[in-house]
Design a protein around this ligand. Structure first.
Ligand SMILES: Nc1ncnc2c1ncn2[C@@H]1O[C@H](COP(=O)(O)OP(=O)(O)OP(=O)(O)O)[C@@H](O)[C@H]1O
Ligand SMILES: [Mg+2]
Length: 370
């Protein structure tokens, strides 16, 4: 386990690390405040990309001409200082094509700044629910490749990094997209390091409503399968562009699993797809992806697949069926043939290890999320 964070190390150690940081262990830079002020035009409002619970994010360009995103901590408290330390500590030690890279940081006085690679295609939220959603830059193959990329990033954290890392805040705004729409999982401020041989820890609940696994939300039991649950919610969100939690008229909240379930029961899976795709997707791939998402969101953590298995399942889906597109007109007769469709869907349940009785009829037990 780690005893100290990078921002607590002495000036002498910092300069040693700065010398060696391009070699291997610390592939990040220690920026000066001046450089980051200059890069972001003194954190000018025009440079602001977005704002989260932690602080604001600004676009900037370093003296070397590199585009960066600088996250500026809002207020300095013991809690935010800890999140800053965890983020820098964890990001400093992981490197994977599907994890957002740390470029460096600054910690001095009351200022805490984290410097990342700038992601020109912003986060998944912008494309699913935000100002870029109407342009529908996410076609079906892109959605699947983003899902696979995010799953690979998570599988690396869970299984390859040492100690293993649980992210604890997997959600659409924490999946950023590079110029080629490759997914980069971001925001490790809530992450937990899991020592070897430990299967789960009990902690204070952190994360985002709508994405929290029931056992974690209720009892603070955190393990890799909490991330798997959040990933399942994210996958449904990628497929449907529905938000994980919706407020219905009258103030009742409905989660995305509750929304999806009746369509799965009826075999009307095409209604789950984001209408902005205008029916252009492979129907078999869609079904399979939904079934994987439902396995990930099983209320019982033991029944959820591991992230390596999720990657394999998703890659299998994309590899198995290469039918080009499925058009909207063909969807018209879908509801007329529900019985026939249910038969087909039961095979799909079996393929993906889901009990049909959980979904067909009224016996589906919804995870208790609240
Ligand atoms: N490296 C980056 N490149 C481009 N845009 C980024 C980058 N990092 C963050 N952003 C943008 O800044 C916004 C704010 O990010 P931030 O992580 O602070 O908050 P959040 O993820 O929306 O919420 P939370 O604080 O709950 O994690 C994000 O929605 C994202 O679009
Ligand atoms: Mg974030």
């Amino acid at each position: 386990m780690i005893c100290r964070c990078f921002c607590c190390i002495s000036k002498e150690e910092q300069s040693e690390i700065s010398v060696s940081n391009n070699i291997r262990d610390y592939p990040w830079e220690m920026y000066s405040l001046n450089e980051l002020l200059h890069a972001t035009k003194n954190f000018h409002q025009d440079n602001k990309i977005g704002e989260g619970g932690f602080g604001s994010v600004y676009w900037g360009q370093t003296s070397k001409g590199v585009e960066v995103a600088v996250k500026r901590l809002k207020t300095l408290s013991a809690k935010t200082e800890m999140e800053f330390a965890v983020e820098v500590e964890i990001l400093g030690r992981v490197r994977h094509k599907n994890l957002l890279s740390l470029r460096g940081f600054y910690a001095g006085g009351d200022e805490r700044l984290i410097v990342y690679d700038y992601m020109p295609n912003h986060s998944l939220v912008t494309h699913l629910h935000g100002h870029l959603a109407e342009y529908c830059l996410l076609d079906w193959p892109r959605r699947m490749s983003i899902a696979i990329g995010s799953a690979e990033g998570l599988a690396y954290l869970h299984h390859e990094s040492s100690p293993h890392i649980i992210h604890r805040d997997i959600k659409a705004s924490n999946v950023l997209l590079d110029a080629e729409f490759e997914a980069k999982v971001a925001d490790f401020g809530f992450a937990k390091l899991i020592p070897d041989g430990v299967t789960h820890l009990t902690t204070r609940v952190k994360g985002t409503l709508g994405y929290l696994a029931p056992e974690y939300a209720m009892w603070g039991k955190v393990s890799g399968s909490c991330d798997v649950y959040s990933f399942g919610i994210l996958l449904l969100e990628i497929i449907s562009a529905k938000k994980p939690l919706e407020k219905l008229p009258g103030g009742v909240k409905r989660d995305i699993v509750q929304w999806v379930t009746p369509y799965v029961q009826k075999g009307a899976l095409n209604h789950i797809a984001d209408p902005k795709m205008k029916g252009k997707f492979d129907r078999e791939q869609l079904k399979s992806a939904v079934m994987i998402a439902l396995r990930c969101t099983d209320s019982c953590p033991e029944n959820r697949p591991g992230m390596i298995q999720v990657v394999e399942l998703l890659k299998g889906v994309v590899g198995r069926s290469k039918k080009e597109v499925y058009y909207e007109d063909d969807m018209a007769d879908e509801d007329d043939n529900i019985e026939e469709k249910n038969k087909i869907d039961i095979n799909i349940y079996e393929d993906f290890g889901v009990e049909p009785s959980d979904y067909v009829g009224t016996t589906w037990v919804k995870p208790k999320i609240k």
